[in-house]
Design a protein around this ligand. Structure first.
Ligand SMILES: [Zn+2]
Length: 275
C-alpha cells in the first residue's frame, strides 16, 4: 500500500514499502512527478493517487535514473516532458542493458514479471549534463548531477526553498543499495556532492524518508563498503575469500537493522567486479 506524506506545501513523498517510491510536486496549476515506477499498471496507480490530491494536469516526469523499477512506467507519461540525465537516456536506449534487465525481471517470477515483458521502454525526451533549473511555478527546483554512482546517470532533485532532496537509489534511509550497475570510485565523489546540499529531508528511491543525519549514515555505509572492497581488491584471489567473509559479517553486525542487509555479500562481489 502506498503511503503519501506531505513533506511541505505541495511536496509529497509516495512511499511504497518493499517496492519503489516516487515524488509528487503540486504547483498552482500543474504537477511534476518523480519516478514512474516498475510497470505501467504501477504508474497508473500512482496517477490515480495524484488525482486524489489534485485535479491539475501532470506536466513533467523526472527519472532519477534508468533502472527498470523507477522508469518502466514512463510510457504512461509519453505526452509530457520526461526529464533525465543524458547518461540515463543512453542506458535506456542501450539494447544490451534492456535485454539483460528484461531477462532478469521475467525470470524472477514476480507479480509484475508478465507485465514487464510488454513494457515499451521509454527514455527521457529532455536531458541535461550537469545542472538544470526548473522554475516550476512557485517552486525553485534544481536538478543536479554529481557524477556516476549507483548508475551512470543518477539525478538529484532539490526543492531549494523547502530544502527537500529526492536522491533516487544513491542514498536510502537504512537500506542497502544495489551495486550491480555501479561506479564505486565515482560514487565516493558523488556522495560528497550530496552531503554539501545538506537537505533537511531526503526521499530515497526505496524505504522511508529520512533527515540529514540518516542521509549521512547512508553515505557512510557506502563509503565503508566501497573503501573496504578497494582494500580487498589489492590482495590475491586466494586471500580475498576470507576477507570478503570477514567484511560481510562485520557489516551484517553493524547494519543488522537495515533493509536488504542479507544482500551485503553479493554487494561486495558486485563492487569488486566493478572496480
Ligand atoms: Zn536503482
Amino acid at each position: 500500500m502506498a503511503e503519501i506524506i506531505e513533506l511541505d506545501n505541495g511536496i509529497y513523498a509516495r512511499i511504497v514499502e518493499g517496492l519503489t517510491n516516487s515524488g509528487i510536486i503540486v504547483g498552482p496549476s500543474e504537477i511534476l512527478i518523480i519516478d514512474s515506477l516498475r510497470v505501467p499498471s504501477h504508474a497508473r496507480d500512482l496517477i490515480d493517487d495524484v488525482k486524489r490530491i489534485s485535479n491539475k494536469p501532470i506536466k513533467y516526469l523526472i527519472d532519477t535514473h534508468s533502472h527498470w523499477d523507477h522508469s518502466w512506467g514512463n510510457e504512461e507519461f509519453i505526452d509530457m516532458l520526461i526529464i533525465g540525465h543524458e547518461n540515463c537516456y543512453k542506458e535506456m536506449i542501450d539494447g544490451n542493458w534492456n535485454k539483460r534487465w528484461k531477462e532478469k525481471i521475467l525470470n524472477a517470477n514476480d507479480p509484475w514479471s508478465d507485465e514487464a515483458q510488454l513494457v515499451n521502454i521509454t527514455p527521457p525526451n529532455l536531458t541535461f549534463s550537469n545542472e538544470m533549473n526548473l522554475h516550476f511555478e512557485d517552486k525553485q527546483i534544481i536538478l543536479k548531477y554529481f557524477g556516476k554512482a549507483h548508475t551512470s546517470g543518477d539525478v538529484f532533485i532539490h526543492l531549494v526553498n523547502e530544502n527537500v532532496l529526492f536522491t533516487g537509489d544513491v542514498t536510502q534511509n537504512k537500506g542497502i543499495p544495489f551495486f550491480g550497475d555501479s561506479y564505486p570510485i565515482d560514487w565516493l565523489d558523488t556522495a560528497s556532492g550530496i552531503i554539501n546540499v545538506q537537505p533537511n529531508i531526503f526521499v530515497g528511491g526505496h524505504g522511508p524518508i529520512g533527515n540529514y543525519k540518516d542521509m549521512v549514515d547512508s553515505i557512510e555505509f557506502v563509503d565503508e563498503i566501497i573503501n573496504e572492497s578497494i582494500k580487498i581488491k589489492s590482495f590475491s584471489t586466494e586471500e580475498r575469500d576470507k576477507m570478503v567473509k570477514d567484511l560481510t559479517s562485520k557489516l551484517k553486525n553493524k547494519y543488522q537493522e537495515w533493509r536488504k542487509i542479507d544482500t551485503v555479500e553479493s554487494s561486495i562481489s558486485d563492487i569488486l567486479s566493478r572496480l
